[in-house]
Design a protein. Structure first.
Length: 512
């Protein structure tokens, strides 16, 4: 995980008796466990809103506690795996993940569930970096590109796999079944890693960069906290302002200390490389948009179109159908038109797709949603592939550990910020768009309506003649929140596209 030119365990013995296929299976199973857990719970948000009386803010924290812990800890725990052995740390992570997931299935309050989701994120941060690093260390050079490509495919498909599995479970069981299934898969991943994967590690690890680990973790955590609580409590509240101050100070301390540390966790000087910087921003913005969209988009399918959880998950499959072939075409497009053009085009398509969906109303149906979805999927395929290639291509062979770490970190930071940003904007606009007549409802009913659309619609079902009017108002408020959040994130993606057009290198970076 750290910047290094030293050799890992020799490839000739690293694959062990299972061979490369066994290593690949074990690592991709662990990878899917981590990625699927980011998206799977989004399908259960309407049920959580009712069962645990969760507000929009609480739902955002339930979704984001996992990604915040994962994003904040993936760098230092990846470095720990380099020192102690990647398989050892990965197996420990699956056990932590599985125990926390099983405990979460018994949660009876939002606060308890948030805590266990954070512990799951801690386990995921032990798992995630070891998956790609084990493949690159264990595979012989002639098979490494194929192994990395397979890893990338499962990294992209993991979110859809998680949603499909969660949808199937929710057809028969409650939201708690998602956590029970997660615990079972974690146990299977631990066994697969123990039996099939080698324990690769750096043979001469550097001294741990404790200052880098602390400053990056604090910066990421306080940033997400400030975004979520800013919309919940108000942007001028002292706790929110204080969180932003701590975020700024932590990032500044990371940069200052990193420039003065011989072997930093993530060298700040790397951001001076144009290709590395452009790739990092592209991947971060793309994942911010994608997982923020999943957070609100799945609720649109379930609450507005009245889709079942499984049908809602299937309705998002066209994203994968657009992403996969586009990703395969990206190297040819980059060779033909240049990296800058493809990167910018991908971000523009993603922004256009999200912006198109922002024009939907409660009566629009699925087809207009599908049109924007496919447009966004084409953008994801272009921007994701070229962004990752820009990061890895900017660094030499001896620095691929830090390239992998940066790719993981930007993905998870983007996911955490996207859920926080879009969830918060949606929640604040939903509440402000509700009619004044809500205040004339019984206190408990009014509070349920204000908490979330998922809790408000059952209230309307119980109101008799007044119910349809309230249901229409709740749906209209939901669409206002959805539209505002999509417009906000599409503007961010558009700004990144313009930045790539102006600042990204025209040709892909090359290394020895």
């Amino acid at each position: 995980m750290t910047t290094t030119s030293r050799q890992d365990t020799a490839p000739s013995v690293a694959t062990g008796r299972a061979g490369t296929r066994g290593v690949l299976f074990a690592m991709c199973l662990s990878l899917v466990l981590v990625v699927a857990s980011v998206s799977a719970l989004n399908l259960a948000l309407p049920d959580l809103a009712i069962d645990l009386s969760a507000s929009n803010g609480a739902l955002t924290w339930i979704a984001d506690a996992y990604t915040v812990a994962l994003a904040a800890l993936v760098l230092p725990l990846g470095a720990l795996g380099d020192r102690l052995g990647r398989r050892n740390v990965l197996i420990a992570g699956t056990l932590v993940f599985g125990a926390a997931s099983l405990a979460a299935s018994f949660a009876d309050s939002t606060s308890t569930l948030i805590v266990w989701r954070a512990v799951m994120g801690f386990g995921a941060a032990m798992i995630m970096p070891g998956t790609l690093s084990t493949i690159t260390a264990a595979f012989p050079p002639e098979q490494r590109a194929k192994g990395v490509a397979t890893w990338s495919g499962f990294a992209a498909a993991g979110a859809i796999i998680g949603m499909l599995a969660a949808g199937a479970l929710l057809e028969q069981f409650s939201w708690r079944s998602i956590f029970v299934a997660g615990a079972a898969v974690a146990l299977a991943a631990a066994l697969a890693a123990a039996l099939l994967a080698p324990n690769t590690k750096d043979t001469h690890p550097h001294r741990p960069d404790a200052a880098g680990a602390i400053t990056t973790a604090v910066a990421i955590g306080t940033l997400v906290f400030a975004i979520i609580e800013g919309n919940e409590q108000g942007w001028t509240e002292p706790v929110v302002i204080g969180a932003f101050v701590v975020t700024t100070g932590s990032f500044a301390a990371y940069a200052y200390l990193g420039m003065r540390t011989e072997h930093p966790l993530l060298d700040p000087a790397l951001f001076g490389i144009r290709g590395f910087r452009a790739g990092a921003i592209t991947v971060l913005v793309q994942f911010m948009a994608v997982f923020g969209f999943f957070f609100v988009g799945l609720q649109y399918l379930q609450l507005i179109l009245d889709y079942s959880p499984l049908k809602a998950a299937v309705a998002l499959v066209p994203v994968a159908l657009a992403v996969l072939p586009t990703s395969l075409l990206t190297p040819h497009l980059v060779h033909r038109f240049g990296m800058k053009a493809v990167m910018s085009a991908g971000l523009l398509l993603l922004a256009a797709g999200l912006y198109a969906i922002s024009f939907l109303d409660a009566d629009s149906g699925y087809l207009p949603f599908l049109g924007g979805l496919i447009l966004a999927g084409l953008g994801i395929g272009l921007s994701g592939a070229v962004g990752t290639a820009a990061i890895t291509g900017s660094l030499g062979q001896g620095q691929q550990g830090v390239a992998s770490a940066m790719n993981d970190t930007t993905r998870e930071v983007g996911s955490a910020v996207g859920i926080a940003l879009m969830g918060s904007i949606y929640g604040s606009h939903y509440r402000s768009s509700l009619p004044d007549s809500v205040s004339r409802l019984p206190a408990d009913a009014a509070e349920s309506v204000r908490h979330s659309a998922a809790a408000g619609l059952p209230v309307a079902d119980r109101l008799g003649e007044r119910g349809p009017a309230l249901a229409d108002a709740v749906k209209s408020a939901f669409m206002d929140g959805l539209s505002a959040s999509l417009i906000a994130v599409s503007v961010v993606v558009l700004a990144a596209a313009i930045g790539a057009l102006l600042r990204a290198p025209k040709t892909p970076p090359t290394t020895d």
